[in-house]
Design a protein around this ligand. Structure first.
Ligand code: ADP
Ligand code: ZN
Ligand code: MG
Length: 467
């Protein structure tokens, strides 16, 4: 069997959170009543003219700079023509051969070093309206009784980012997307929430035999709305293509829909070619000429990028925790809490994250105190303290006075009971898999309502199992 190399290029749409829409003064908001944020421009009444949103252009330039792109000195808007109810003008104002940003590189730190993913372009366009299909299954148009259109989203600013086919695994795609998301969030230009559709990702996928230099036919996976679905969808598509080739078949270029529920992939429609859209320069708009000052301001505005922070934190806590902290934005809290770096990273990433407390609301000094004492106080008190740690006026001292049960006479009967009830785990431990100790400690904690001293329980369990 040959070894197969996946080749993946991503197309990512980011909704900009400007106050108003791209070419009119309508409010740019989601979640409002349908068709209440519209005007003659975004409803395409005859005789209206578009006026570009300056903020949207500045933000696209800022993103382009962060992606290491060249910023066009004279970018053009084009009309992309197609007929669909979500597009009242019959065309979308987009960018074609001269986008605002082109030719960038985005650094994605991985466990085995940096990966540089080429950015073909990042261009600015207007979003289409939202269609809602009623009566069918799962909101799809197939089988629907009728469809409704909500024009609130129509004409809102959207940036499309196209990567080179430089991504070589589903995991790398997820990592790239997560880091890109965190980058746009930190730039302050988008909420970039996949569940809400303010960040959308299509993946182009092909496979080739290791060592081959030419690319093979690609397929396009549409609109997967979570990081996990993106990774799962790509994984499934890679498998599907490899199976086709190994059975002597050929992959057909098509657009596909990944159903995360069943893990299956089905064709959506055949792919249009650029010439089907009859692109031509938008005659109602002049070219966009970002000034030198605008580009300089964008450069000034960009702080330390997430990729660089992952590399910096990796030396303190290892790659996995560093990546987790940065791509969730939890590293800001981590930096505010002194103490053993790994312990702080673990608590911030795991136990605290599990409580759902907003990390920005946490007082770093109080959390540091709590973490320093976490071995000494009952686990239940520690957990409760974490749950309260975002409350105004939270004080760690309220919990540090509680003492854990460390008395052998109290703990031994519980430990003996747990050992008797979990013989299989005890055997596993004796066979060398010491990881199961955590499970046994957990059982003792459960029995004691979280009041036992974890360190003492650990020691006693070890003693008893090996005696
Ligand atoms: P199209 O003309 O079909 O839109 P593009 O050349 O514009 O194709 O590329 C669209 C996206 O597909 C880009 O992200 C690009 O990196 C990716 N891509 C192009 N060729 C391949 C391939 N053979 N395998 C995987 N991805 C590809
Ligand atoms: Zn409008
Ligand atoms: Mg294309």
């Amino acid at each position: 069997m040959p070894e197969w190399e996946p080749v993946i290029g991503l197309e990512i749409h980011v909704q900009l959170k400007t106050r108003t829409k791209m070419f009119c003064g309508c409010e740019n908001v989601s979640g409002e009543s349908e068709n209440t944020r519209t005007c003659p421009v975004c409803l395409a009444h005859p005789g209206t003219l578009p006026v570009p949103n300056k903020q949207a252009i500045e933000w696209t330039v800022k993103l382009g700079v962060a992606l290491g792109c060249e910023i066009a000195s004279r970018a053009l808007f084009h009309r992309k023509n197609y007929f669909y109810p979500d597009l009242p003008k019959g065309y979308q104002i987009s960018q074609y051969d001269i986008p605002l940003c082109a030719g960038g590189k985005f650094v994605v730190p991985g466990p085995d070093g940096d990966r540089k993913i080429g950015i073909v372009r990042a261009h600015l366009e207007e979003d289409a309206a939202k269609t809602i299909h009623v009566g069918g299954s799962g909101g799809r148009i197939a089988g629907a009784e009728y469809s409704l259109v909500d024009f609130n989203r129509g004409g809102t600013p959207l940036v499309e980012i196209v990567s080179e086919p430089d991504v070589h695994s589903a995991d790398e795609a997820r990592r790239f997307l997560q880091l890109l998301r965190q980058t746009v969030v930190e730039l302050g230009i988008s909420d970039a929430e996949m569940e809400k559709g303010s960040l959308r990702c299509d993946a182009n996928v092909s496979v080739r035999e290791a060592g081959e230099t030419d690319f093979r036919t690609k397929t396009e996976l549409k609109n997967m709305n979570s990081f996990k679905f993106v990774a799962d969808g790509i994984e499934a598509e890679i498998r599907r293509q490899v199976e086709i080739y190994e059975a002597g078949g050929e992959v057909v270029q098509e657009t596909l829909h990944f159903d995360p529920g069943s893990g299956t992939i089905a064709p959506l429609r055949s792919k249009e070619e650029a010439h089907d859209y009859r692109y031509f320069p938008e005659p109602d708009l002049v070219p966009v000429e970002p000034s030198v000052e605008m580009i300089a301001a964008a450069m000034d505005d960009i702080g330390e990028l997430p990729a660089a922070r992952i590399r910096r934190l990796e030396t303190e806590v290892g790659f996995d925790l560093a990546e987790g902290l940065v791509s969730s934005g939890r590293d800001r809290l981590y930096e505010r809490v002194s103490g053993d770096r790994r312990a702080v990273a673990n608590v911030v990433m795991n136990q605290l994250a599990a409580t759902g407390v907003d990390p920005e609301a946490v007082n770093g000094t109080e959390l540091a105190k709590l973490i320093a004492e976490r071995e000494r106080i009952p686990r239940a008190a520690f957990t409760e303290a974490l749950e309260r740690s975002g409350d105004p006026g939270f004080s760690a001292d309220d919990y540090l006075g509680e003492t854990a049960i460390s008395d052998a006479s109290e703990l031994d009967p519980v430990i003996d009971k747990v050992l008797a009830e979990n013989q299989a785990q005890v055997e596993t431990f004796r066979a060398g898999k010491e990881g199961v100790l955590g499970f046994l400690v957990g059982q003792v904690m459960k029995e004691t309502g979280g009041k036992a001293d974890a360190r003492v329980v650990n020691e006693r369990l070890r003693e008893k199992i090996s005696s």
